[in-house]
Design a protein around this ligand. Sequence first.
Ligand code: IMP
Ligand code: MG
Length: 175
Amino acid sequence: MTERVEKLISREKIEKRVKELAKQLDSDYAGKEIYMLCVLKGGVNFMVDLSREMESMVYINFMKVSSYDKKTISSGSIKILMDLDESIADKDVLIVEDIVDSGRTLNHLKNLLLSRNPKSIKICTFLDKPARREVPIQVDYVGFVIPDGFVIGYGLDYDQKYRNLDYVGILSFEE
Ligand code: IMP
Ligand code: MG
């Protein structure tokens, strides 16, 4: 099977949209410090570029959660592979994620973080695939809404590959 990548969102479009989002965040969080919580590994490229465009006081931190399988779906929880190393109590937390698909990961993560008493918590995702949603979740900031299909690049992987692409592509397989 050969992997084929078809460009979906160009580097130029990504740069423009990231700048717009950074402006929006600066304005919405005016006078506040933003605690950006990046979900590893997919959210890294987006968080780095986004935070670099922002003028607000930004803190960054990371969490790693397991991608769920059928078993974790039925047990209704995600596994925290790497937790935060400090308290988020009283902080304005912005979760930065690569993509919202079923919504399960962010739904669980947000509920977990809410139990730690942040001042506020919002979600900023680079991509949103609403056609695949299984759990209703409020996504506060979205880079691009995309149709159903498996995408890679700009942080997103297939089998840990393609994360370094500076554009987003749709992956397909050929004999
Ligand atoms: P959710 O819990 O179904 O919303 O899944 C979210 C996670 O699945 C994302 O953070 C990604 O790591 C992964 N994922 C979902 N769709 C894609 C895709 O099209 N390409 C790469 N990873 C994806
Ligand atoms: Mg992810």
